[in-house]
Design a protein around this ligand. Structure first.
Ligand SMILES: Cc1cc2nc3c(=O)[nH]c(=O)nc-3n(C[C@H](O)[C@H](O)[C@H](O)COP(=O)(O)OP(=O)(O)OC[C@H]3O[C@@H](n4cnc5c(N)ncnc54)[C@H](O)[C@@H]3O)c2cc1C
Length: 399
């Protein structure tokens, strides 16, 4: 094997490249990326870059202790992969070029989900790429009178927080009864709702979006809601989740089902691995087939998939972990919590917005949520790694 192709020039693809070189692979490495940028970090796009606190230098991904040139990669940026032929062992690009490979890393991540019939309008944004972020930031810098965020998930919540910190008037619309209801349940979802209310966000729950009004010249002026009302808006950001970028793999023979389906080692086919937001695999630790949309997973799975190509066949069994920065709070969530789990606050105080809650299901500790308590969250994450029972987790919290 002396010709490895990586499709997707972001975190998972970058970490795969870095690990291949780290493990001593010295053959040809080509990376195809639909964006024109070298790999960069996305989390600051809804935080420090959107707020203008960081310049763009800070989000470039760099290999640890090396320069990017040391990776000796043929970067093909600004061109998307359009098709995959597993028997010919090549990837066709949108410009018709075919790129051969001996082994392939699929790391094309995810793209934003749009609302049914969502129009293209000035002032109406999604946030996934650096270009999205810069366009939205330019509009926020013009101090719009009213910003509407559709979706109170982590990205929507961060955009709302950043816009409020800029002093803008912000309304957040959420279809469920609380933000993050499915992952956190009502009690903790309400805590997340209150943080925004504390900061003056007009949070409207259990309301859907029917459509967007424009001024007749392609500029957004309002958001129409399912309750029949319309909210005036100069800027709206739709943050209603993502869908995996699998289109270019269609018809290749790979199993595509809400992502590229892999085995427990991240192998999708002979000599083909997938990693990051696009990969769906059976995580043996939880007995669950999962696809994880978190930064740390993209980083770790990228490296794991690279080692898989080099013959290491260990199962990939992470305890997923995520953080979100909203106002002056750092929210962290580890494990696989869900709305039906038992929830206990085991540390700190909800009123002070500084606490840890744990989630239990079927006698096991399955999740931990923390607000400004990173050390305790990591302790309980380790208990999830250890397979700790719910009773033992509660006993530890009482000790
Ligand atoms: C605004 C924002 C804030 C976030 N904040 C956090 C956070 O606070 N904490 C956290 O844990 N996670 C956060 N995340 C999630 C985290 O950034 C993602 O999980 C991570 O970027 C996934 O990396 P990836 O490499 O798998 O995919 P992606 O980052 O989605 O990259 C995939 C790349 O592949 C390219 N591509 C797609 N299709 C093709 C094609 N056909 N051919 C070639 N290239 C293609 C895309 O253009 C993209 O560059 C955030 C994400 C966003 C967007």
């Amino acid at each position: 094997m002396d010709n490895i192709l990586v499709v997707g020039a972001s975190l998972a693809g970058f970490r795969a490249v870095e690990e291949l070189r780290h493990q001593g692979y010295d053959g040809r490495l080509t990376v195809i990326g639909a964006e024109r940028h070298l790999p960069y970090d996305r989390p600051p796009l809804s935080k420090q870059v959107l707020s203008g606190k960081w310049d763009l230098e800070r989000i470039a991904l760099r290999p640890i202790g090396k320069e990017i040139a040391d990776l000796d990669v043929d970067w093909r940026l600004g061109v998307a992969a359009a098709g995959l032929d597993l028997s010919a062992r090549d990837v066709e690009l949108a410009d018709g070029t075919k790129v051969p490979f001996d082994a392939l890393v699929i790391a094309t991540g995810a793209a934003v989900r749009t609302l049914p019939g969502q129009p293209t309008l000035d002032g109406l944004y999604a946030l996934r790429t650096l270009d999205d972020c810069l366009a939205l930031r330019r509009d926020l810098e013009r101090t719009p009178e009213r910003v509407v965020v559709v979706g109170a998930g982590f990205i929507g919540a961060e955009v709302a927080a950043t816009a409020r910190e800029r002093g803008l008037v912000v309304t957040v619309l959420e279809a469920l009864s609380t933000p993050l209801q499915r992952a956190l349940g009502d009690q903790m979802g309400n805590v997340c709702a209150d943080i925004h209310r504390d900061h003056g966000v007009d949070l409207r729950l259990m309301v859907g979006v029917e459509g967007f009004d424009d001024d007749g010249h392609g500029r957004l002026i309002g958001v129409r809601l399912s309750d029949g009302t319309t909210i005036a808006a100069d800027v709206a950001v739709v943050g209603v989740g993502v869908v995996p970028n699998t289109g270019w793999c269609a018809g290749s023979g790979l199993t595509i089902d809400n992502g590229v389906v892999c085995d427990e080692t991240c192998l999708a086919a002979d000599g083909v691995v997938a990693a990051g937001d696009i990969a769906r695999w059976p995580n043996q630790r939880f007995g669950e087939v999962m696809r994880v949309e978190h930064w740390e997973n993209a980083q770790d799975q990228g490296a794991h998939a690279a080692r898989r190509l080099l013959g290491h066949a260990d199962p990939y069994t992470p305890v997923p972990w995520f953080w979100s920065d909203q106002y002056d709070r750092k929210i962290q969530l580890a494990g696989r919590s869900s709305a039906d789990d038992e929830v206990r606050v085991i540390d700190g105080s909800i009123d002070e917005r500084r606490f840890v809650a744990i989630y239990g299901r079927a006698g096991r500790l399955v999740g931990v949520l923390g607000m400004n308590r990173p050390r305790v969250v990591m302790e309980y994450r380790q208990l999830i790694v250890n397979g700790t029972s719910w009773d033992d987790a509660l006993a530890k919290s009482a000790s």
